[in-house]
Structure formats: C-alpha cells, structure tokens
Design a protein around this ligand. Sequence first.
Ligand SMILES: Nc1ncnc2c1ncn2[C@@H]1O[C@H](COP(=O)(O)OP(=O)(O)OP(=O)(O)O)[C@@H](O)[C@H]1O
Length: 235
Amino acid sequence: MSGLLLERLVAGRKGFRLPPLDLLVRPGEVVALIGPNGAGKTTLLKTLAGLLPPLQGQVARPGKAAYLSPPGSVAAGFSALHLTALGRAALRRWSPGLALADFEAARAALDRLDVGHLADRPFDRLSSGQQQLVLIARLFVQDAPICLLDEPLALLDPAHGQAVEAAVRALAAEGRMVIASTHHLPFAAQADRVVAIGPDWIDISAPARALGPDRIRALFGIEAPACPCCGQAVG
Ligand SMILES: Nc1ncnc2c1ncn2[C@@H]1O[C@H](COP(=O)(O)OP(=O)(O)OP(=O)(O)O)[C@@H](O)[C@H]1O
C-alpha cells in the first residue's frame, strides 16, 4: 500500500488558509499535528478526510480515511457495542446487517481499550472520555488505512490517556497511517514526525527538533521546558 500523499495542499475555509503543504505519510507512521488554538489543525484533518475541499493542491488517499472528531462531538443512540460494530458496516456492503463476527470484533476492540464493561450502555449516556475510548476502539474494527484523530487525548484521565497513546501505536503497528492533533506535547514527542502549524508557516520535522525550546517559543510564544498543557517533561 502506498502512503497518504499531500502535494502543495492548501487547506482552509472561508477567510482562513494554511500555507501549502507537501507530505507523504507512510503505512505504520504516526504523525502528530501541533499548533496553537485556531492554527488550523482541525481544518487540515478535515481536508485530509475529504470533509472539506482543498483550496489548492492534491490529497491522494490509498484507501478509506476515518476521521475521529474531538471528544464529546458524536451523538448516537446505539449501545457502545453496536456503535463499535457499525464500524464494520462498510465491510458488509452486500449483507443485510451486522453479523456475529462483527459484534465479536467490536467486543474485542472495546476490551482492548478497557471499556468492555460499557458495551451495553447507550453511547449517548457515557461520559465524554468514555465515548472517546469507544470511538477509538471502533477504529480497530474499521477498514480504514488512514486514521485522522482530532485531539484524541482531550478529556481523558492519565491512565486512559496512556491507553489511547498505546492504541494509536497499535493502529500504526497494524500498518495504518495515523495523524493526530494534540496539545499534549509528550504525546507528540512519541510520534514519528511532527507537523507544527505556526501563524504563517508549517514545519515538518522529527519530534526532538519540533519540540525544542526555540520551536515551542516560535509556536506558542512561551518558554516551555515542559508541556504547556500538563507540565509533564517533553521528550
Ligand atoms: N466552521 C467554521 N467556519 C468558519 N471558520 C471556522 C470554522 N471552524 C473553524 N474556523 C476558523 O478556522 C481557523 C482554524 O480553525 P481550526 O478549528 O482548524 O483550528 P485548530 O488548530 O483545530 O484549533 P483548536 O486547537 O482550538 O481546536 C480559525 O480561524 C477558526 O476560527
């Protein structure tokens, strides 16, 4: 499988545009997307997902893309198990409904994220953090080689945050391409590459360089020996 290829891609919306971006994300790679509030991370992820049209340039996707919106933004009246199993609906185009195997895969995915006990609860009645874990579990049963995650760690307690970080790694280990926006810089430090969106620039580099004090100063306008969002040491 080839990678997710961006060629001179300009993502934007009415009255807002990012600088052109060239990037090849390979299967198995985790790319962290960082930048201040309003920098354009969601705009870029939605453009990569095909939810917003590029203003210029090209996005070549080697397969389906799954976009996971920020925590708390999905409403669904199904049980957590059913919602997870529905991630496999696209695999069952010619069959009338979900099969036992879909529910088994969904249950295994929920267990993997340590939320198997929530399987029969209505998704709408879960906390935002619990919903986020269910939606990450759903990615494992989806046939989407490209996973675009919008702030997947937001709203999670430290233990579940670690579980999601491990899940992101596991998605990549299955050969998927993962791009995740984050304000949690220790997570970005574990990525293979970091795309940093500044006021009028985009930089792609290795985490050690992207998260150095000079870059953090240029990006956020602060001195940051530690993560600005949690105080944890970066690196
Ligand atoms: N639905 C919308 N319609 C028009 N403009 C929008 C919309 N959503 C966001 N914007 C604008 O697009 C720009 C980029 O916003 P975006 O949500 O992509 O930033 P972000 O980096 O994801 O921010 P955050 O870290 O706060 O989530 C901002 O100027 C924002 O005000």
